[in-house]
Design a protein around this ligand. Structure first.
Ligand SMILES: Cc1cc2nc3c(=O)[nH]c(=O)nc-3n(C[C@H](O)[C@H](O)[C@H](O)COP(=O)(O)OP(=O)(O)OC[C@H]3O[C@@H](n4cnc5c(N)ncnc54)[C@H](O)[C@@H]3O)c2cc1C
Ligand code: SF4
Length: 327
């Protein structure tokens, strides 16, 4: 690990000044950043610990909720309002990591955690994300956990967050602050596809601090988060699906579908959603939505299985969400 300096400001103004120092990076729970520093995939010169900033509240906001960036994953999943109004979010967070990690991990850090691509963590392996221009070891290497949608020849990594998948289905917004002021970024626009610059993973500007995640008023309909992984104790998603189905009798009034484990960002299946709107409730309609969700998907060899797995997981999650609504 490289040497670094550390400070823990007590207020926002000082944090925003501190992040302007050379090589500075925010530190929240540290559950991802410190691991990356140990393998020198990240080498910040200065850490700005944001744990003392007043960002730990979950507050009512315009019919929805405003979740502070330092709310831990444990507190977010356990909040009675989140469990009742946004059950897919609570389930997604509880499906991530282990109890100990969720006690330490934060809302802002979860959104900005980095890929679990094996080669990204291996300093001797070419990796365009860690060392731009060095190549992508996963393209022709072992790519079982990699992307089937939205990838590029520069990078086929996937975003690992479960929470972000539910936030994508819920149309959340990310509130960020910098010396220039506060702005809001739609979650759909927050994470980027890799294109030619996989090292740039979000649309955050240098020095911007995530202060909150804003949930709009809870959507009508049944909500489900379904995650498929290699082991049940804790593991990242091979494929996950956040599904929302709103019914009017036997007619589907609307649906929202977001997938995890398949792309460099949470993947919203808009074509599948459109196909479901107005359709009659049936397993066939959900199977067709699953197929639509993976239209254009490309396997890279070891991860070919993900295409069918994703289609079936979408169909199953939609069916479960519809049953919740009908019950
Ligand atoms: C063994 C293991 C298993 C895991 N399994 C899962 C899983 O199944 N699903 C899942 O979703 N996650 C999983 N995780 C990841 C875990 O959820 C993340 O490590 C955690 O959410 C990161 O939060 P943190 O507060 O610790 O972030 P940190 O490690 O402190 O920071 C992560 C990044 O976010 C930046 N950052 C943090 N807060 C802010 C802020 N407010 N504004 C701007 N930048 C900020 C930091 O600079 C850093 O770049 C796992 C982690 C481990 C170690
Ligand atoms: S998939 Fe992305 S993160 Fe993995 S080796 Fe290739 S460039 Fe690096």
């Amino acid at each position: 690990m490289r040497a670094f300096t550390y400070e823990r400001p007590d207020d926002m103004a000082n944090a925003l000044v501190a992040i302007g120092k050379p090589g500075a990076k925010f530190l929240a729970g540290g559950t991802n950043l410190l691991d990356l520093m140990k393998v020198e995939a990240e080498t910040p010169q200065h850490l700005v610990d944001v744990s003392r900033l007043p960002l730990t509240g979950i507050d009512e906001a315009d019919g929805g909720l405003r979740i502070g960036a330092m709310v831990t994953n444990t507190d977010l999943a356990a909040d009675a309002r989140v469990r009742e109004r946004y059950p897919m979010l609570s389930r997604a967070v509880l499906n991530g990591a282990s109890g100990q990690l969720r006690n330490q991990a934060t809302t802002g850090g979860n959104l900005l955690q980095r890929t679990r691509c094996y080669y990204f963590y291996e300093p001797s392996a070419p990796c365009n994300k860690r060392a731009p221009g060095s190549g992508c070891s996963a393209l022709h290497g072992y790519n079982r956990i990699h992307a089937i949608l939205g990838a590029s020849d520069a990078c086929i990594a996937v975003h690992p967050s479960d929470m972000a998948v539910a936030l994508a289905a819920l149309d959340a917004e990310v509130e960020v602050r910098s010396a220039a002021g506060t702005r809001h970024i739609k979650i759909a626009d927050f994470h980027r596809l890799p294109e030619a610059t996989p090292q740039k993973e979000t649309t955050l500007n240098p020095g911007e601090l995530i202060t909150a995640v804003i949930l709009p008023a809870p959507p009508a309909g049944g909500q489900v988060y379904r995650k498929v992984r290699d082991r049940a104790s804790y593991d990242f998603a091979l494929v996950s699906v956040a599904a929302l189905v709103d019914l009017d009798g036997e007619r589907i009034r609307g649906a929202c579908i977001a997938l995890g484990g398949v792309a460099h960002k949470p993947w919203r299946a808009l074509e599948a959603e459109r196909g479901l709107t107005g359709a009659t409730l049936s397993d066939d309609a959900f199977a067709a939505a699953g197929e639509a969700a993976v239209r254009g998907a490309q396997g890279r060899g070891h991860n070919d299985f993900k295409i069918q797995l994703a289609a079936r997981t979408v169909a199953r999650a939609l069916s479960d969400a519809a049953k919740q609504r009908k019950a």
